[in-house]
Design a protein around this ligand. Structure first.
Ligand code: ZN
Length: 349
């Protein structure tokens, strides 16, 4: 019991939360040894002292393959942790404290799970940076996983979902697939199918085009929404069996690290896609890249669209005033736009 009280004390100090969690929501899984639990969050200023602030650019830096003898490095970000310390460029997210349920903040839950994932990864020889909302400029790692939980105004919404950055490297897609394969079976939670929004993929820490305090362009990355704090069945796992949640994330990361080819540096480079406009005859936005897929909506001629991926003659896209999930348009229905095109604004779900 004493250890449990100490752990909660450490958690409070880390999260800087003044709320008292409802007793029913306290983690009941095995308590992490205090030595690990007290591992401080990596201070932003000291992690990459030699990395100059990035100037957003379209040119990809050439990634250097890491020597095989070097242990892999993984960044685990505690979503919303110390959001008030975010730098000026992200000042609009300083009050973005995430979901909340019955006095417990999302950051508290995220911190508990992230520390458990850290312990599991370190046991396998992985170097882990536990990161707050502010990440080091152009943060480099073999994987960056930002840990979040959802909230909804209704209590019915439930389940987990994962997303890559808007323009995802093959490595980010493989990281997502590996964690998706482990998380469901480990937690027993359902997937929130179709719940991934454009906003989720537009997570601020992914976006080195707009922000200095973001991952390097070549860092494989995903955002994990572990489940809904506002759903009783999800809460029973997130708070009652946090070790399963942590195992679901850690096993996926370890599987990704084991299966990737560290010499395949092409896998780390996100696609470089043109600015697009809908062609003169308009376009049809569909749920999948084929003509038989469900029609989401019709796009007006010359409407600006933002491309996420080019696959088999189809662009995955989103645009202002369109549904929150991305869709697909045929490449022959759009045109490359030569005018300047602002990169979409980022979010903090
Ligand atoms: Zn969040």
């Amino acid at each position: 019991m004493f250890r449990r009280i100490l752990l909660l004390l450490v958690l409070f100090m880390l999260v800087g939360c003044t709320q008292t969690p409802a007793p029913a929501l306290m983690p009941t899984g095995p308590i992490i040894p205090l030595a690990e639990a007290a591992v401080p969050v990596v201070p932003t200023a000291t992690l990459s002292p030699t990395t100059p602030p990035v100037t957003p650019t379209l040119l990809a830096p050439t990634p250097t393959p890491r020597p095989a003898t070097m242990p892999p490095r993984v960044g685990l970000q505690v979503g919303h942790l110390n959001a008030h310390e975010l730098p000026e460029e992200l000042a609009r997210f300083r009050t973005s404290t995430g979901a909340r349920y019955n006095g417990v903040s999302e950051a508290e839950l995220n911190a508990d799970i992230a520390r458990r994932v850290q312990v599991l990864l370190e046991a396998e020889g992985v170097l882990v940076d536990l990161l707050p909302a502010t990440i080091p400029p152009s943060y480099e790692a073999d994987a960056f996983v930002t840990i979040h939980a959802d909230g909804s105004t209704g209590s019915a919404a439930r389940g987990w979902k994962l997303a890559t950055p808007w323009r995802a490297s093959r490595a980010s897609q493989q990281l997502l697939a590996a964690v998706a394969a482990s998380y469901g079976p480990a937690t027993g939670l359902p997937e929130d199918v179709g719940g991934v929004t454009v906003n989720m993929r537009g997570y601020y820490a992914f976006n080195n085009r707009r922000h200095t305090h973001a991952i390097a362009r070549t860092t494989p990355a995903i955002i994990v929404e572990m489940g809904f704090m506002t759903n009783a069945a999800d809460r029973a796992v997130l708070f009652g069996q946090p070790e399963r949640v942590a195992r679901g994330i850690a096993e996926g990361i370890l599987a990704y690290l084991a299966q990737r080819d560290p010499t395949d540096t092409d896998a780390l480079i996100p696609p470089d896609l043109p600015n697009l406009r809908v062609g003169p005859d308009g376009a049809v936005m569909r749920a999948a890249p084929n003509d038989e897929a469900r029609r989401i909506t019709n796009l007006e001629p010359s409407q600006r669209i933002f491309a996420l991926e080019l696959r088999d003659g189809w662009y995955q896209i989103f645009a202002r005033d369109l549904p929150s999930a991305p869709g697909w348009v045929r490449a022959d229905q759009v045109e490359v736009s030569t005018e300047p095109f602002p990169f979409p604004t980022t979010t903090n779900p």
